[in-house]
Design a protein around this ligand. Structure first.
Ligand code: HEM
Ligand code: HEM
Length: 188
């Protein structure tokens, strides 16, 4: 039987992707913009809402199988990488609003540490870009291989089985060697 993420899981994944994109595009340009009290208050409310939704999502998804839609048995090394990336994505998504709130706290109370807070905030944004680029790249690669993982979460460009491609087959055999190596090194 083909397994798929629940409607709620898909709804959360895609509405949250929209919220993340909005947060990144509406970003504060520089510190002086926070002189505008309305903008500062809006940023604080947005960051709290974002943080609450990340936590709700994390607890809802915690018991969901990773790479749920896979039609063939998944290597333990593959699962390990996917779970690690998902956890790091959550880490960056928690760090973004937390460090934003730290900037707001330091700005309002006029205490030292703004340089560090901004560096942490910028690092969190950078980390989220790198991880999501990996996440989206891996999802597209999996879709090309027709593994079933894509269709379990993404409502368009549904898979129709495994394609017979020499390039993908040789990439897959390199991939399997990497997973075997990870499994033996980490004793999975
Ligand atoms: C075009 C964009 C995207 C594609 C194609 C995509 C694809 C997928 C797929 C196929 C899964 C299922 C993986 C599995 O079954 O284990 C998944 C899960 C996940 N995605 Fe995405 N994704 C996209 C954007 C995003 C964005 C923007 C975020 C974060 C803001 C994100 C965060 C996650 C997380 C954390 C999971 C793990 C399950 C969960 O906790 O919800 N994804 N994604
Ligand atoms: C979920 C909430 C937030 C998201 C997604 C977010 C996102 C971002 C991003 C992507 C950047 C650009 C970082 C870079 O240059 O690489 C940025 C910069 C900035 N953010 Fe946020 N932010 C959030 C909350 C906040 C909050 C609550 C504040 C403070 C009230 C804040 C203040 C700033 C400031 C001052 C900068 C400019 C830093 C500089 O001078 O380079 N952010 N934010």
């Amino acid at each position: 039987m083909i397994k798929s993420h629940t409607f709620t899981a898909k709804f959360i994944h895609w509405t949250f992707s929209g919220l993340y994109a909005y947060g990144i595009f509406k970003q504060v340009g520089d510190l002086s913009e926070l002189e505008d009290t309305d903008l500062l208050n809006f940023e604080i409310v947005f960051a709290i809402l974002f943080l609450v939704l990340v936590m709700v999502r994390f607890f809802y998804m915690r018991n969901t199988e990773t790479l749920l839609g896979a039609t063939e048995e998944v290597h333990k090394g593959h699962l390990f990488i996917a779970k690690t990336i998902h956890r790091l994505v959550y880490f960056s998504l928690v760090m973004l609003p937390l460090t934003g709130l730290l900037i707001a706290g330091i700005f309002k109370s006029d205490i030292p540490g703004m340089g560090i807070a901004i560096s942490l905030h910028e690092f969190s944004a950078f980390l989220s870009y790198v991880l999501l680029a990996l996440h989206i790249g891996a999802s597209i690669y999996s879709r090309l291989k027709g593994e079933g993982v894509w269709t379990a979460m993404v409502p368009v460009w549904k898979e129709t089985g495994k394609p017979n491609s020499e390039v993908l087959n040789s990439l897959e055999s390199i991939e399997n060697k990497v997973y075997d190596e990870i499994e033996s090194r980490l004793n999975l």
